[in-house]
Every structure is written in structure tokens, then in C-alpha cells.
Design a protein around this ligand. Structure first.
Ligand code: SF4
Ligand code: SF4
Length: 70
């Protein structure tokens, strides 16, 4: 899924999974990257269909500049 308010740059991603941890905590109540609404792959960052369009919380937790508000 494309996000209109988050810009993702997979080339800057350090695969720290902070984005997945905060997303899963907020939306499922547990630290579980597998339940996050963002998927991190070596060369790709994707958002699931469940990702809330108005949300950009994960950008606050990316220390590497791979996720930014657009
Ligand atoms: S924008 Fe919000 S819902 Fe979507 S992946 Fe990031 S934290 Fe999760
Ligand atoms: S928080 Fe940023 S650097 Fe860490 S896995 Fe997510 S996109 Fe990659």
C-alpha cells in the first residue's frame, strides 16, 4: 500500500525495527513486529492495507531518516 503522508526510503533503513515495534504496540497492544502495519525488507518498505492513512507515528521512531513525513 502507498502512503500519502509518509515517505519511505529503503536505502536508508538500518533494519532496526523500531517502526514495527511502535506500530504493533500502539495498534495491537504488544511488541510484535509480525503484527505491525509496516513491513521491512532488505530493499523495500511496505505498508499493509491496515495502515491508518492519517497516521505517521512510525516516522517519529526512525532514527535513520528512512521514514519521514511527506
Ligand atoms: S503510519 Fe501508523 S499505522 Fe502505518 S505503519 Fe506507521 S505507525 Fe503503523
Ligand atoms: S525505524 Fe527506520 S531504520 Fe528502523 S526498521 Fe524502521 S524504517 Fe528501518
Amino acid at each position: 500500500m502507498e502512503k500519502t503522508n509518509v515517505k519511505a526510503d529503503a536505502s536508508a533503513c538500518a533494519e532496526c525495527y523500531s517502526c514495527q515495534l511502535i506500530c504493533s504496540l500502539v495498534y495491537t497492544g504488544a511488541f510484535n513486529p509480525l503484527r505491525a502495519r509496516i513491513t521491512i525488507r532488505p530493499d523495500e518498505i511496505c505498508f499493509t492495507d491496515e495502515c491508518v492513512e492519517t497516521c505517521s507515528l512510525c516516522t517519529n521512531y526512525c532514527a535513520y531518516g528512512a521514514l519521514t513525513r511527506s
